[in-house]
Design a protein around this ligand. Structure first.
Ligand SMILES: [Zn+2]
Length: 208
């Protein structure tokens, strides 16, 4: 009897979305890249905070409003400190805030690339012929589940489809439709690889 190897995948996006902005210096629409730096402007009791973006070609800047005409009392001192010191975690959270960015600029270039940190939760690698993958996401991704699985398991999307049709691959929740949708936090993917001649290689790719 083969056993199941349980693995947690912590998935983090790699490249922040880039707003597409009519660059007045280039004279055309260009992608703007997050600089990771905030600009804090205190004027009496009023505070404005922007995250600075730069044109990928000419370095022209664009300000993404984080707080605008905000009362100083409404911003926690620790948060203000983090903004003034360009806290990388805070900049990253705002840089990946796709909804807020899209509200400002309308069009964005998004990058599906992710980094996956894999950690075995239980089971024995040697006897394993089945996988249970538990997905954790640092923030929402546009990356489709089948693309994620194909790249991280080293197998084709059509093969994933066949496994799913034979009920050897089961996604919980959402079932069959889930493969074509973005990967989500809390998803569990179970794959029975007992009949696959290359199951050892697949399990190694999965993080086993
Ligand atoms: Zn430019």
């Amino acid at each position: 009897m083969s056993s199941t190897l349980r693995i947690h995948w912590a998935i983090a996006p790699e490249i922040a979305p880039q707003p597409l902005i009519n660059c007045n210096r280039c004279g055309t629409v260009k992608a703007y890249r997050c600089s990771g730096k905030f600009r804090v402007n205190a004027n009496g009791k009023r505070i404005d905070v922007w995250l600075i973006y730069r044109c990928v070609d000419c370095d022209n800047s664009w300000n993404f409003g984080i707080f605008e005409r905000c009362n100083r009392r409404d911003i926690e001192p620790a948060l203000l400190q983090a903004l003034e010191s360009n806290d990388p975690g805070l900049a990253r959270r705002h840089a990946f805030d796709v909804i807020a960015l899209r509200n400002r600029v309308g069009r964005l270039e998004e990058f599906p690339d992710v980094v996956v940190h894999k950690r075995v939760l239980g089971g024995t690698r040697e006897s394993a012929a089945a996988l249970e993958l538990q997905l954790g996401l640092e923030m929402p991704t546009s990356l489709r589940l089948d693309r994620l699985l194909a790249s991280e398991l080293g197998i084709s999307r059509s093969r994933l489809q066949v496994l799913e049709e034979r009920r050897l691959l089961v996604v919980d929740p959402d079932g069959a439709k889930a493969l074509r949708k973005p990967a989500r936090a809390g998803m569990t993917v179970r794959v029975d690889l007992a009949g696959e001649p290359d199951h050892e290689a697949i399990i190694r790719s999965a993080g086993g």
